[in-house]
Design a protein around this ligand. Sequence first.
Ligand SMILES: CC(C)(COP(=O)(O)OP(=O)(O)OC[C@H]1O[C@@H](n2cnc3c(N)ncnc32)[C@H](O)[C@@H]1OP(=O)(O)O)[C@@H](O)C(=O)NCCC(=O)NCCS
Length: 172
Amino acid sequence: MGRVGIALRGCDRICVNDVEFSSSLDGVDWAALQATLAADQFDNGRTPQEYRRSHERSHAVVFGRCNGRFVANGRILSDGVCNAYLVDIWTASTHRRHGIGREVVTRLLATVPGQHVALFTDDMPAFYTALGFRPQHGGMHHPAAETGPLTQRGAMSGRLPAVEVASSELRV
Ligand SMILES: CC(C)(COP(=O)(O)OP(=O)(O)OC[C@H]1O[C@@H](n2cnc3c(N)ncnc32)[C@H](O)[C@@H]1OP(=O)(O)O)[C@@H](O)C(=O)NCCC(=O)NCCS
């Protein structure tokens, strides 16, 4: 994925006027990604090596960078046929409400056309609603999987209903 200009309303001092989006794992500085996420309070304890493995084993990933620094990230898991799961969607606090998170999710959904896309989240329902996701009742989880420190942040909490979207019906 190439460089895509996004007009940053009220652009902060760190970024110029665009974000570079990439789905490539080549040359990713996993320690920098982990440190950036941790500094922005979006970290569930993964080591840089575990971040690398998480991304390598995902169906698709998106990184957003400003001047070489991470400002956004997201991943989607998929069986490649009919079921997908959205995880780790993040925009840096300094860069929110400029359409960056929408761009990340839109790019990830484009890789799973026609598939059922689910996610679990305790956070930011307004964001996902704006992107076309809708609550889907009937979700279940396995609590034994939640005892480790690396449980996906916000996932499998069981506190909120799942939200889902059929990507072919996405209205973004
Ligand atoms: C959720 C998150 C990824 C959104 O990223 P973002 O780049 O700010 O999102 P966008 O600017 O693309 O927002 C798209 C739309 O979502 C909605 N939205 C986003 N943030 C919102 C907020 N804080 N309150 C209400 N609506 C919001 C708006 O409709 C927005 O469109 P608008 O700005 O034109 O009104 C970001 O806030 C974040 O990283 N939060 C911390 C991590 C997190 O909670 N991730 C999600 C759970 S895993």
